[in-house]
Write a protein that binds this ligand. Structure first.
Ligand code: F6P
Length: 482
């Protein structure tokens, strides 16, 4: 039977060594969370890195790790610590990530990192080529593997390849600054279908292809030698029912409450007027975390009547902590939270509850269902699935989502309060509006958002992608037979 091969930098499970034990945890971030449901459904295999570098694996450990990975319908690409330093921490996260998120001041163009990126993309290609069989489809994910589609196509032109970018594709003016821009585009054009979260990213990509590669672009089709490559936007959804059903179960009176939920309840019971504002992100400079904390401070100063009445719950999930910008961000966040809590706290109130860790799924549901407002304000974000998860868990259709215009998700979530994350005025006005919003208005906004997210969930997203990939293939056959 034909299979679908998903390829991404990380596998959906991450393995680490703790003493003589192997520890298995789910990977964080939108890609892993979203694709997991696609992988669970289909007949396929997921190829990626296990989380352990090859230096840490003797042959005994290796077979144990591989057994765990195979059990989860996955296959590992072995990476050395040099690969991780130069390809992952280096080129992926000190070059592509900042550049594609418009952080030019953080972008490093380091030749040795570029060489490592090419080398590691080849390692991924080797594993894919050893796995793929006639009739299979390969679906390559994200910016760490931009060269992979062409590396596969060169050897197996018969294989159908899809590529999806989970982060923004920047405007031509940004992309053109990149020294190896043509090689990257060539790598992506190995795919038969290139997908983005939004029409804007698609437009930016097509403009770079036209101007840098000087290729013919007809609406959303690129003619590349004897091939036609289709480019389209597919806003990624979530596993809506999983979040909605978990919230329903959580709200059921008979369910045993978690320790976190008991703490949240104590706060709510103290004073019915008190409100929770929730923010959840990976600790990443694109998420606008320090700005959000400063904006919250400004909000408390602008509307002092909310002092002792609101609490910001900030969950930041550790990420890429070996990259200097992330270390700086961690200290800045710690300092800001400390300063603001020091400035505003009273004996009975701390304005910010700050958690720096990842929480299990049931605790996320505790947070989503207990929060009156979700404050999701990245300065730049490919999509942002947290905004969608919050909406899915609001089973009583109450609650307000404040969302940055700079998140891809904003394009489909007009009923949220959309703000410019660089404007403190926007923050303060939106927070005040959200906290005062009549229940009927909350309900009518939530209802529309939920209907849309339920209809276009992650399964539908994947189906649409595969349907378009199929159509692209038929197009290809027509071109070849002409
Ligand atoms: O969603 C964007 C993304 O970079 C994914 O590619 C990645 O899986 C996730 O965020 C988490 O990042 P990392 O794998 O670098 O921890």
């Amino acid at each position: 039977m034909n299979k679908t091969i998903i390829v991404s930098n990380r596998l959906p499970l991450q393995i680490s060594i703790e003493g003589d034990k192997l520890n298995v945890t789910p990977s964080v971030g939108g890609l892993a969370t979203g694709m997991k449901s696609v992988h669970a459904e289909g007949n396929g295999i997921w190829i990626g890195w296990s989380g352990i570098t090859s230096e840490d694996l003797d042959s005994d450990l290796k077979s144990k790790v591989n057994a765990k990975i195979e059990n989860a319908k996955c296959r590992a690409v072995e990476l050395s610590s040099d690969d991780i330093d130069d390809y992952y921490l280096g080129f992926s996260n000190r070059t592509l990530w900042p550049l594609f998120h418009y952080f030019l001041e953080y972008t490093e163009f380091e030749k040795s990192h570029w060489e490592a990126y090419k080398r590691v993309n080849k390692k991924f290609a080797e594993v894919v080529l050893n796995t793929v069989e006639e009739g299979d489809t390969v679906w390559v994910q994200d910016y760490q593997l931009l060269l992979l589609p062409q590396l596969i196509k060169d050897v197996r032109p018969d294989i159908t390849i899809g590529f999806f970018l989970h982060i923004p594709f920047p405007s031509y003016e940004i992309f053109r600054t990149f020294p190896w821009r043509e090689e990257l585009l060539t790598g992506m054009l190995g795919a038969d279908l290139v997908g983005f979260h939004t029409y804007d990213y698609e437009r930016h990509f097509l403009s770079s292809v036209k101007r840098i590669m000087r290729l013919e672009v007809n609406f959303n089709e690129i003619t590349y030698y004897d091939r036609i490559i289709k480019v389209d936007s597919f806003p990624m959804g979530i596993d809506y029912n999983k979040f909605h059903d978990a919230a329903l179960a959580h709200n059921n009176q008979n369910t045993e409450k978690s320790e976190l939920q008991k703490r949240l309840d104590t706060h709510i019971n103290e004073d019915n007027d008190k409100k929770f504002i929730l923010s959840i992100d990976r600790l990443d400079y694109t998420k606008g975390i320090p700005n959000r904390i400063r904006a919250f401070e400004n909000f408390l100063n602008t509307y002092p009547e909310y002092k002792e009445k609101v609490r910001l719950i900030m969950l930041t999930v550790p990420s890429r902590s070996n990259v200097p910008q992330y270390q700086k961000l961690k200290s800045e966040t710690d300092e800001l939270v400390g300063r603001i809590n020091g400035e505003f706290s009273t004996v009975s109130w701390t304005p910010i509850w700050y958690f720096y860790r990842s929480l299990p799924f049931n605790n996320l549901i505790d947070l989503y269902t207990s929060s009156d407002v979700a404050l999701i304000t990245p300065v730049r974000d490919g999509m942002n699935l947290v905004a969608k998860e919050y909406v899915a868990t609001r089973t009583n259709q109450d609650g307000v989502l404040i969302l940055s215009e700079m998140a891809g998700a904003a394009k489909e979530m007009n009923e949220a309060l959309l703000i410019n994350p660089n404007s403190f005025e926007d923050f303060a006005t939106a927070l005040n509006k959200a906290l005062k919003m009549p229940l009927e208005e909350q309900n009518s906004r939530m209802k529309i958002l939920q209907k849309r997210l339920k209809r276009y969930d992650v399964e539908k997203w994947a189906k649409e992608f595969f349907k378009t990939l199929d159509e692209t293939n038929q197009l290809q056959e027509v071109v070849i037979s002409k």
